[in-house]
Design a protein around this ligand. Structure first.
Ligand code: IYR
Length: 253
């Protein structure tokens, strides 16, 4: 046992010696080695102002609903660009920013997306999802016919980048890409709501590869979400759902 421990210690010492450190110099960080650290831009709010903002933001976000019926009314592109820039402010593992937002406004491509999704969704509803899942969905009145895919002025497809390639040709690791893209998408939803638009967070089952190919994205990217974005139809109905209360979603120590 003593011998085992001794050799383990030696290994740790070995891996810390100058020879292997020299070897480690071959590996360069993905970010600049001499990255500057600068003072944080931060202006402190008074407590009252802070509370007001927190309440107002909650009220705004609590009005967000998933919308399945859109008008064809156009939305200025600058609004969409700002929303996506906002999503791009999300934190990410080692600042790898592992997201690609594909914005589709071309009627022709929206039609192709709709055809791909409706074909797969019909199989999903009829075969893949099973009795329990389709029964759970019944009250929401969803099905495989998805008019919103051609009605909404924009479709935003969120791709997560599993890795990327550095300028030197080496692979760049995208740590926590799943969490990073989820955080970015959450900020996207908040920005859509703040801009007075509506959307639907959809996750097209089994459509990832076909949509990735259609939109010319590399194999290193996986489709995670598809969001139609625009204005709700005049007669738009939403299910009368209620949200859990604070007591039901929080525990305090
Ligand atoms: N993706 C399908 C089915 C669907 C699944 C869940 I979970 C929902 O909350 C809503 C729908 C569709 O978009 O119809």
């Amino acid at each position: 046992k003593d011998i085992m421990e001794k050799s383990r210690e030696e290994k740790i010492v070995d891996s810390n010696d100058s020879e292997s450190e020299e070897h480690n110099d071959d590996i360069l960080p993905a970010l600049p080695k001499d990255l500057n650290h600068i003072p944080l831009l931060f202006s402190k709010l008074g407590e009252e102002e802070s509370l007001n903002r927190a309440e107002e933001f909650y009220k705004l976000m609590n009005r967000r609903r998933t919308v399945r019926h859109f008008t064809r009314q156009n939305v200025p592109k600058e609004i969409i660009y700002n929303i996506i820039k906002t999503a791009g402010t999300a934190p990410s593992g080692a600042h790898t920013e592992p997201w690609t937002y594909v914005v589709v406004s071309s009627s022709n491509i929206k039609q192709k997306i709709r055809e791909i999704i409706e074909e797969e969704e019909e199989i999903n509803y009829k075969k893949r999802m099973g009795k329990v899942w389709t029964t759970d969905l019944k009250p929401l009145k969803t099905n495989w016919v998805k008019e919103y895919l051609t009605d909404a002025p924009y479709l935003i497809l969120v791709f997560k980048q599993l890795y990327s390639i550095r300028p030197d040709g080496n692979k760049k690791m995208h740590y926590y890409n799943e969490q990073s893209v989820s955080l970015s998408a959450g900020i996207l939803l908040a920005a859509i709501q703040y801009a007075g638009l509506v959307s639907l967070t959809s996750t097209p089952l089994n459509c990832g590869p076909a949509l990735r190919t259609l939109l010319d994205r590399p194999k290193s990217e996986k489709l995670t979400l598809l969001l139609p974005v625009g204005y709700p139809a005049e007669d738009c109905l939403v299910p009368d759902l209620h949200r859990k209360s604070l007591e039901d979603i929080m525990v305090e120590f």
